[in-house]
Design a binder for this molecule. Structure first.
Ligand code: B12
Ligand code: SF4
Ligand code: SF4
Length: 271
């Protein structure tokens, strides 16, 4: 492993990372990579644990400021390092909106195991992790990239499949409750009913809450996730957020109207 990278990740309090050849990964969004003017050869994959405590009516991942900002900060630090060490190299950092299947990348990099919930499970932080990736045209050998690991799976206890409110994990429905809360426009009575029943204005944590690997969640050492944390979203707290404050939230990407609608749906239940 590259000693300089180890030091950099230690400074950022990121414990889980690995370099892996791009050619070993599953490309799901080739269009994203095609926009770049370099040939992808090595990928630095890393995990950002985010658990900071329990939430009331939003998913745990959205309690903190938008994780894309945290990923942007890591990408900037990695970019500085690469520019210094490899002045001719090209690179780009990603997270979420990435050319590759990030769960597969982290699994191949040996950073966790595959859960039947569809999520990567890390030995220390369970599923409460974001996956970031930093793609460069540096030869994988120069970065001491590792060969992909044999994928390992969870114990398949069935708890997530059983608890999944839509049946998405049982193959009974194409819809995940997390996706429902992100939909624009009018929702069906069935969809609204699910949101009220599980009291969610954003996201869904049910398959994660029941997972045995998540029963004693370790809080993240990364300070970013404790900044401006919220556990409950209300119509008042939402309306008091300035445009700038709102734009820094993970639930901002579908627009304020979508979140307002979700809160109205939950309010109808209280009345
Ligand atoms: C679109 C998307 C969604 C959609 C669709 C989810 C889905 N199952 O694909 C919706 C909105 C529903 C969603 C919900 C959530 N998401 Co999401 N999502 C994505 C995104 C942007 C793309 C996924 C994608 O391309 N899917 C389409 C294809 C590739 O997936 P697929 O049909 O399931 O089939 C593939 C996998 O099963 C796969 N596979 C291959 N190797 C591996 C390895 C492992 C470990 C696993 C489990 C699977 C797997 O094989 C198939 C083909 O490649 C990724 C980021 C990324 N670029 O990868 C984040 C991502 C998967 N989401 C993430 C998160 C946190 C969530 C939520 C927990 C948020 C929440 N609390 O509400 C939920 C969890 C729902 C669930 N149980 O899956 C994290 C997952 C972190 C983790 N621990 O694994 C990711 C990686 C984002 C990130 N950068 O951290 N998400
Ligand atoms: S996030 Fe919720 S709806 Fe989606 S798969 Fe998990 S339990 Fe099912
Ligand atoms: S709840 Fe059980 S089956 Fe689902 S991911 Fe966790 S260990 Fe695997």
């Amino acid at each position: 492993m590259n000693v300089g990278l180890e030091e950099l990740f230690r400074e950022m309090k990121i414990e889980y990372f690995a370099v892996i050849p791009y050619s070993d990964l599953v490309v799901t969004r080739d269009d994203i990579m095609k926009r770049e003017d370099f040939t992808p050869r090595s990928v630095i994959v890393y995990l950002l644990p985010y658990y900071t405590g329990e939430t009331v009516n939003i998913s745990r991942y959205s309690a903190s400021l938008d994780y894309h900002i945290a990923i942007g900060e890591v990408s900037a630090r990695l970019g500085e390092y690469i520019k210094e060490q490899f002045p001719d190299a090209s690179f780009r950092g990603y997270g979420d909106h990435s050319p590759i299947d990030e769960r597969h990348a982290a699994l191949a990099a040996g950073l966790g195991i595959a859960g039947d919930s569809g999520l990567l499970i890390n030995e220390k932080y369970g599923t409460y992790i974001f996956i970031g990736d930093f793609i460069t045209d540096i030869d994988p050998e120069i970065l001491s990239a590792k060969a992909p690991e044999e994928p390992k799976r969870c114990i398949s206890c069935g708890a997530c499949r059983e608890a999944c409110p839509t049946g998405a994990l049982r193959g009974e429905s194409p819809e995940c409750l997390s996706a429902i809360t992100q939909k624009k426009g009018a929702l069906t009575e069935y969809e609204k009913g699910l949101m009220r029943r599980y009291n969610t204005a954003w996201g869904c944590d049910i398959c994660q809450s029941v997972c045995p690997y998540n029963q004693n969640p370790v809080k993240t050492p990364i300070e970013f996730f404790y900044r401006d944390r919220i556990d409950t979203l209300t119509a008042d707290s939402l309306s008091s957020m300035s445009k700038e404050e709102f734009s820094k939230r993970a639930f901002a990407w579908r627009g304020r109207k979508t979140v307002e609608r979700n809160l109205e749906i939950l309010d109808d239940f209280v009345d």
